[in-house]
Design a protein around this ligand. Structure first.
Ligand SMILES: [Zn+2]
Ligand SMILES: [Zn+2]
Length: 310
């Protein structure tokens, strides 16, 4: 490690794609500037942002950075923690989330799946024959949107990093799922309140996993270090390792990869968003079908649990 490019003090990190070494103070500045660049594309004055906080490094870094940038943009912050009911992992996640929001004095909304639905993710994965992470993702998206709308929040902010996005795209390509790429999560999705759809912001879209972790460390923030036990065998982890190899060959490759994909899909007019309706059961948005994917899954789980009771 060399000295900090800016102040010449001892560096704590080398950012390979930018070829710079930074001290902790200037790393914080570098990191927050990335978040700033995404947020400045929106007029956030007096808007409410609901931050989805799991307690992991990504969302902890996200909340802390949004908290620090609040004075510049003048938005309001609320925090949502979804209690997934996955044993000790969930207990620890709630603990970390409660502690951080208390420290920052931001209201915390806890959505407990078992209390609200009568089943947890742990129960759902035993019934639905799909990978745990995809069931969990579907439930989370529905809950985040519902809680945002009910609490008059314009946007939901989530902690996706560039490694998540790239792994998602690579996996979609290698498993021939072009529809996943067309629906690629973007840094910003504007709200459409007419159809009860809150906007989405992914402020860490261009931050790496390592940068998120480092940001929590230099700010002395506690995070959940245990991994979700249900994600243990997730295929994504294997695809993720491929990126480590690519990173050695071309450090700018990650950024170029995602920007190439975005440029291509921006040229396509998929007409996807125009076909938006309200779900006949929950009243939240659904694409093309009458009943949203979440409600269809919920009905299957509920009927299975009912059968088991009788
Ligand atoms: Zn410095
Ligand atoms: Zn529904």
């Amino acid at each position: 490690l060399r000295n900090c490019r800016i102040c010449k003090k001892e560096a704590i990190v080398y950012i390979n794609y930018a070829n710079i070494s930074l001290c902790s103070e200037h790393f914080i500045e570098f990191y927050e500037r990335k978040i700033f660049k995404i947020l400045k594309q929106l007029d956030l004055r007096n808007k409410c942002i609901l931050v989805a906080l799991s307690g992991g490094k990504d969302s902890v870094a996200l909340l802390f950075a949004l908290y620090k940038l609040q004075a510049i943009f003048n938005y309001k912050l609320k925090v949502l923690h979804i209690d997934l009911g996955i044993g000790d992992y969930s207990k620890r996640s709630l603990e970390v989330s409660a502690k951080l929001t208390e420290k920052l004095n931001i209201p915390l909304i806890v959505f407990d799946l078992k209390k609200e639905f009568g089943w947890s993710i742990h129960d759902a994965v035993k019934i639905i024959r799909k990978p745990a992470c995809s069931i969990c993702g579907l439930v989370k998206r529905w809950v985040m949107n519902k809680v945002a709308i009910e609490n008059e929040c314009d946007y939901v902010a989530t902690g996706h990093n560039i490694d998540d996005v790239n792994t998602f795209v690579l996996k979609a390509m290698l498993t021939y799922r072009p529809e996943d790429i067309i629906r690629l999560p973007r840094p910003i999705l504007k709200p459409n309140l007419e159809v009860k759809l809150a906007g989405r912001i992914r402020p860490q879209f261009y931050a790496t996993e390592r940068e998120n972790l480092l940001y929590t460390l230099v700010n002395g923030l506690d995070t959940v270090s245990i991994e979700c036990p249900l994600a243990r065998d997730a295929k994504s982890k294997k695809y993720r390792q491929i990126w480590e190899e690519i990173d050695k060959v071309n450090p700018v490759g990650k950024i170029n990869f995602v920007n190439t994909i975005i440029k291509i899909i921006d040229k396509l007019d998929t007409g996807e968003m125009s076909d938006i309706k309200l779900c006949k059961i929950c009243g939240y948005p659904t694409y093309s079908r009458d009943i949203c994917t979440f409600c269809s899954m919920r009905m299957r789980i509920d009927s299975k649990l009912k059968n088991e009771e009788s």
